[in-house]
Structures are given as structure tokens and as C-alpha cells.
Design a protein around this ligand. Structure first.
Ligand SMILES: Nc1ncnc2c1ncn2[C@@H]1O[C@H](COP(=O)(O)OP(=O)(O)O)[C@@H](O)[C@H]1O
Ligand SMILES: [Mg+2]
Length: 381
């Protein structure tokens, strides 16, 4: 297809993983472009392309050794979460002398896949997580469209805003009606829809189960389980709190974000880019969008947020190659130094603190603290 957006950084990452590791898992939400990307490596229709959403192929997989052992070269197994029981078989196949076959696995849900896969394929499986389009894919000039429509290819590339919204609505319905029940969650459809709406209001806030439990009429541990399921389907991110070795009291619950800004906007009923700019949650939406972009682009070893009960806070703490980088997300045209930034710099012993904002100019605020446009943040990290 000629209208495909090329994703060179991702291609390079996948290529490098395939060169280094006999098995690679490409994991991410449904509809994010996994199959599209993998088709560059194995042609659909070839005997080396096994799509487990095809019932015939899935039936053949009941005898995986017979099916897989004659294959040579690169073998692609799509929607591998449908048959997690093949992981022990893959292990045997990967341990054959001279590694006659290598495997590229695609999956749309993390839980069983990761648990069983990483246990039985320990040391043999490279995992790459794939999200929607990033600024790197779309180019900086598409920033406001990417923020408003979100990064799912079909939502971002839709012919009109209306078509984009329709696609996002249908997509969420599918996740709620098909993927959530497939994870064995015993919850009615209307309750799940309510939960989705409640979660949208939590975006950018510190998790507390009391209010959603009350809204849904279930107990707090049940609501916690719902949250974990949405997290495992890559719909929601739980950013964990960082605990510095300090006398100050620090927040211990995770912060909740919708991973895709377009799905958030649809859940909040935001109908256009202009409406977004006037909406009460615009700041929270921008914060979540920037955090997802930075996590995708910087690929840190670990990521946290930090907050004390006295009010000091940091939106994002990235640990990367032994460095501690702080990020504050602002939506103003010319962010200035705040007392909280100084406290974070000192209490967390940051190597650098970047105040990421939508403007165009990079400028210093204090020693080690700099304002950086989002579109220029990557080189800074
Ligand atoms: N790089 C891309 N450029 C344009 N459209 C894309 C791109 N990647 C995926 N798409 C479109 O997005 C939709 C979902 O892609 P797909 O590869 O099937 O996702 P997944 O396998 O993750 O569910 C398809 O309609 C596909 O054509
Ligand atoms: Mg697919």
C-alpha cells in the first residue's frame, strides 16, 4: 500500500532484534500496526505466516510440533496470545542445533503471553513494545493532529475528524465487548462502559479505588482488577510513584493515564481540536500525551512520577543509563522556574530537569534546569 506511513526507527529496532535474538515478540494494543510492520519480513499467504485468528491455522496449532518443526528461516506467528501453550514447543525448536528457524511473534495482549513466554523462553526472547504513531513517525508539523486524534493509524489518518471519531468509538466498543471478556473478566457490558468513562476522568490523577468502586457498586479490589486488565491490554498506563530516601511523606499510589490521547478525547466527548483547547481537562490531556511521547522516544530503563504530601512533585522521572532525568510538562508559552522544580532537583538528585512545553525555543531556567520544546525533547534525552 502506498499510503503507509513509514516507521523507520521501529523497522530498525525490529531488524536489530531479529539479528540478535532467535525469537522476537512484538507486543502492543490491537490495531496499532503490528501485522503491517511484520509483513515486511514475512509475506502473508506463505507457509511461514501463521495467523492464529484464522480458525484453520489455530486448529493446526493443536499439534504445534508437527506444524512448526519442518519450517526453515523466519516464521511469523500472529495473535500469539491465542495459543500461549506453544511457548514450551518454541523453546525446543529454538534449542535445535544451528537454529534452522527463527520466530517473530505478534501479540495484542500482554498478560499470559509475557508470563508464559518469558518464563519458558528466558534469555531467548527479545520483546519490543509497539504503540500508536509517535511524533517521530508523523513529523513535528502533525503535532496538534496527533494529540487530538491520537496515534492509532486509522484514527490519525482518517479522512475527516468525524471518521476518526467514529473509528475510535468502534474500536473502544470492540475492546470492551471482545477483548475484556476474553481475559476472563466477569463484568457486564454496561458496567464496563461505565468503568471506561470513570477512568477517563481519572486521567492524570493519582489512583484511589474508593470513588470508582462506589460508582460501579463493586468493592475496591474488584475495581483494582478491572484497572489491571485495562493496563494489560495497553489501554491504560499506571505510572508508579518514586520513593526517595527522605523524611518527607510521599505519595504511594500509581498515577493513571489513558495511553492514547484520541481514545481519551472520545471518552470525554471532545468533538474537535478547538473543543479540546477549551476543555477543562486540556492540561491533563497534554500531560499524558507528552509523557507517552517521551516514553516511546526515550525508551528509559524505568519511569516514575514523584509527589510529596507537602506539594512538591515531578511529572516524570526517567532512569536511563545510570542517569536520573526529571521531566515537568507545561502547556504555557513560556514556562518559568517554580519552587517545586528546585525541590525535585535537589531531593531526587537529578542529573537534569527538562521542562517540556509546546513552544519553539530552548532556554535555561536555572543550573541543570532547561525549558525544551516537545518537538526538540528527543535530542535532549
Ligand atoms: N504505518 C502505517 N501507515 C498507515 N496505516 C497503517 C500503518 N500501520 C498500520 N496501518 C493501518 O492500521 C490498521 C491496523 O493495522 P494492523 O497492522 O492490522 O494492526 P495490528 O496488527 O497491530 O492489529 C490497518 O488498517 C492498517 O492498514
Ligand atoms: Mg494484527
Amino acid at each position: 500500500m502506498s499510503d503507509l506511513l513509514s516507521r523507520p526507527a521501529l523497522m530498525a529496532e525490529l531488524q536489530a532484534a531479529l539479528a540478535r535474538s532467535p525469537a522476537v515478540a512484538l507486543l502492543g494494543p490491537r490495531q496499532v500496526g503490528k501485522t503491517t510492520l511484520a509483513r515486511r519480513f514475512v509475506q502473508p499467504g506463505s507457509t511461514h505466516y501463521l495467523d492464529l485468528e484464522d480458525p484453520v491455522v489455530l486448529a493446526q496449532m493443536s499439534a504445534p510440533m508437527n506444524l512448526l518443526s519442518p519450517l526453515r528461516g523466519l516464521v511469523l506467528i500472529d495473535e500469539v496470545q491465542r495459543a500461549p501453550e506453544i511457548f514450551p514447543v518454541l523453546r525446543v525448536l529454538l534449542d535445535r542445533e544451528a537454529t534452522p528457524a527463527r520466530f517473530l511473534l505478534l501479540g495484542s495482549a500482554s498478560p499470559q503471553l509475557l508470563r508464559q513466554g518469558s518464563e519458558s523462553l528466558a534469555g531467548r526472547l527479545a520483546i519490543i513494545e509497539l504503540g500508536g504513531f509517535t511524533l517521530q513517525d508523523t513529523g513535528a508539523q502533525a503535532l496538534s493532529r496527533l494529540w487530538w486524534r491520537g496515534g492509532f493509524p486509522r484514527a490519525f489518518l482518517a479522512a475527516s475528524d468525524d471518521a476518526s471519531r467514529r473509528w475510535r468509538r468502534d474500536f473502544v466498543r470492540l475492546v470492551i465487548e471482545r477483548d475484556m471478556p476474553a481475559l476472563g473478566l466477569g463484568i457486564s457490558l454496561p458496567a464496563m462502559q461505565r468503568f471506561w468513562a470513570v477512568m477517563a476522568h481519572f486521567h492524570g490523577q493519582i489512583w484511589s479505588a474508593a470513588e470508582p468502586a462506589r460508582a460501579l457498586g463493586v468493592n475496591e479490589s474488584t475495581v483494582r482488577r478491572y484497572l489491571d486488565h485495562l493496563t494489560q491490554l495497553y489501554m491504560v498506563r499506571q505510572l508508579q510513584p518514586w520513593h526517595a530516601n527522605l523524611a518527607k511523606r510521599q505519595v504511594k499510589a500509581p498515577k493513571i493515564y489513558f495511553r492514547d490521547s484520541g481514545l481519551l478525547h472520545e471518552a470525554l466527548g471532545i468533538a474537535s481540536e478547538d473543543a479540546l483547547r477549551l476543555h477543562g481537562r486540556v492540561g491533563a490531556s497534554w500531560e499524558g500525551f507528552v509523557i507517552e511521547q517521551l516514553l516511546a522516544l526515550a525508551a528509559p530503563d524505568q519511569a516514575y512520577f514523584w509527589a510529596t504530601h507537602a506539594g512538591a512533585e515531578l511529572d516524570l522521572l526517567l532512569l536511563k543509563d545510570g542517569r536520573r532525568i526529571g521531566i515537568e510538562v507545561k502547556r504555557s508559552d513560556a514556562p518559568t522556574l517554580t519552587p517545586s522544580m528546585r525541590v525535585a532537583m535537589q531531593d531526587l538528585q537529578l542529573d537534569a530537569l527538562y521542562v517540556v512545553y509546546p513552544g519553539l525555543r530552548r532556554y535555561p531556567l536555572a543550573p541543570g534546569i532547561e525549558a525544551v520544546p516537545l518537538t526538540a525533547a528527543l535530542p535532549a534525552l
